[in-house]
Design a protein around this ligand. Structure first.
Ligand SMILES: [Zn+2]
Length: 399
């Protein structure tokens, strides 16, 4: 199995596969056959001051060297080094899936004191904000869920409903969020205001507007509804950033849970970020802050036009590296938005066919600049460089 390092950029947790001689020596276990992966209990010997532990989960990938990728009951992916495995044992699949409430309780146990949970139709929200604030976020997520599903269904992409509740953790204040997020983001926690972690499958963020802390002063909190909370939130100068962040990260989570992408498959970042930025555009004229999909993303458009240069599409299509360089990342996001917007508007069927092909990639499958160029060219009839001029013209007209 490949060695994996975790790198976080602009909120999404990215996995950087470090290649290596055994990068083809994996097979995905839950392939297209429609069979469910087996569930195993794996005892792991103590390593690096960690005690011996036992993991139980579905075997998603089994490397030829014996390494495993397990999906645990709480949706976390765990990569197990073959050298640490003491014994593997098949176990029966649990009869009944965990309920949303049980899942919420499990997550609360990992969070600092003071968190509560509530469930919406598709989400479990764990929060230490006011309930009204968390409810407002929950209704935003539900609207995104429906809009995302409808948009792609109408475009001809077959998706499924998330198989389990989607978990979102919302901190009331930045300090507590940063302290918690540091375990996933390291030093980047103070720059990243919300993120979707591919391994834990969770979105974690905080109240960017600070409006909730204000609103929780006792006199105002009595009878405060989600609608009232929404109005207070949207009146803050940071509201646009808040809505864009929530929708952006929740879009990643949807994409990875409804069959558009598979976690740890080599989905090019320009695609996953292009889709998240396509959906994120806030609409503060609407009283709920976000209305739908496909609005012109003004900040991304301006950035794209201001930083355009020859070869710019090639750099994001062939390689994810520009997204990880702090000085280039915002340019790469703007280019992803522009390319995605252009393809959705002008070549929707080809884009959907390309997404369908990407959705069939196995976790930890091989990836290379050459294969990316070939897949892109097969899908759109031209290499990325040939689309540069049409994309530029299209973007200039949107201004
Ligand atoms: Zn993102």
């Amino acid at each position: 199995m490949r060695r994996l390092n975790i790198v976080m950029v602009c909120g999404i947790a990215l996995l950087l596969a470090a290649g290596g001689p055994s990068s083809h020596a994996v097979r995905a276990v839950d392939g297209d056959e429609g069979t469910q992966p087996s569930v195993e209990r794996v005892r792991i010997r103590p390593v690096e001051n960690q005690p011996e532990q036992t993991l139980e989960g579905a075997v998603i990938v089994e490397a030829l060297d014996g390494g495993l990728l397990l999906e645990l009951a709480d949706q976390r992916l765990a990569i197990v080094d073959p050298a640490t495995i003491i014994v593997r044992q098949k176990v029966d699949r649990p009869e009944a899936a965990e309920t949303s409430r049980e899942l919420g309780r499990r997550i609360l146990a990992e969070l600092p004191a003071g968190f509560d949970q509530f469930g919406t139709k598709h989400y479990v929200i764990c929060f230490d904000t006011s309930r009204a604030y968390a409810q407002w976020c929950g209704s935003l997520f539900e609207r995104l869920h429906d809009a995302f599903s409808n948009f792609w269904r109408q475009a001809g992409l077959e998706l499924h409903a998330p198989e389990r509740p989607l978990v979102v953790v919302i901190f009331s204040d930045r300090q507590r969020y940063e302290a918690f997020a540091a375990r996933d983001l390291g030093a980047a926690a103070d720059r990243v205001v919300g993120y979707y972690n591919l391994l834990s499958n969770r979105v974690t963020t905080f109240d960017l507007t600070g409006s909730d802390t204000l609103a929780r002063r006792p006199a105002r909190s009595v009878g405060r509804s989600a609608g009232r909370a929404g109005l207070e939130i949207l009146a803050q100068p940071e509201a646009a950033g808040l809505v864009a962040t929530l929708v952006h990260e929740a879009t990643h989570q949807m994409a990875y849970n409804c069959g558009m992408h598979r976690r740890l498959a080599p989905v090019p970042l320009w695609v996953s970020e292009g889709i998240a930025t396509y959906f994120e555009t806030p609409d503060l004229a609407s009283d709920r802050g976000w209305r739908g999909i496909g609005g012109i993303n003004r900040p991304r458009l301006e950035k794209f036009l201001a930083t355009q240069r020859s070869g710019m599409l090639e750099t994001i299509v062939l390689d994810d590296e520009p997204f990880r360089r702090p000085d280039e990342a915002l340019d790469a996001y703007a280019r992803s938005w522009a390319l995605t917007y252009f393809l959705v508007q002008t070549r929707k069927d080809a884009f959907v066919a390309y997404l369908r092909k990407l959705s069939q990639q196995e976790p930890l499958a091989a990836d290379s600049p050459d294969s990316r160029r070939q897949d892109f060219t097969d899908a759109f009839g031209a290499p990325p460089a040939a689309l540069e001029e049409p994309v530029l013209k299209f973007m200039a007209r949107l201004r």
